[in-house]
Write a new protein. Structure first.
Length: 125
């Protein structure tokens, strides 16, 4: 039982470190988020592709009442989980989708619970 708890603590530490490193990289501007503004082609702007362990676009600005759809284009399962527990997908296999309608203005950070270094944000105006 002790070995399991030790492994769990190490895993949590590694995940926390990876998230901190990614935040620093994004803050430095080297991997600046790709933002898509509302008002562009709605068929493509309300879709977030999950590919190569990345959410694209990393940030998406939309008006309130808009549905966003995530599509997993990767060869491995991913999830879409809101940091503030507003939405959560099941594990999405290749070509599977998850959608959520954003009613309230604000910033919604999310990540993949399987690969926590994968992060994104929806900005609802």
């Amino acid at each position: 039982m002790q070995d399991w708890k030790l492994k769990q603590r190490r895993t949590i530490r590694i995940i926390g470190t990876a998230a901190a490193v990614l935040s620093l990289i994004l803050a430095s501007g080297r991997l600046g988020p790709r933002t898509v503004a509302a008002g562009q082609d709605p068929s493509s702007t309300n879709v977030v592709a999950i590919d190569n362990f990345t959410f694209t676009p990393t940030e998406l600005a939309i008006p309130a009442g808009t549905q966003v759809t995530w599509i997993n284009k990767d060869d491995v399962p991913h999830t879409v989980v809101s940091v503030d527990h507003k939405f959560k997908s099941r594990a999405l296999d290749t070509d599977e989708k998850f959608s959520f309608v954003f009613q309230t203005p604000g910033k919604y950070q999310y990540f993949c619970s399987v690969h926590p270094m994968m992060i994104g944000m929806i900005i609802v105006k």
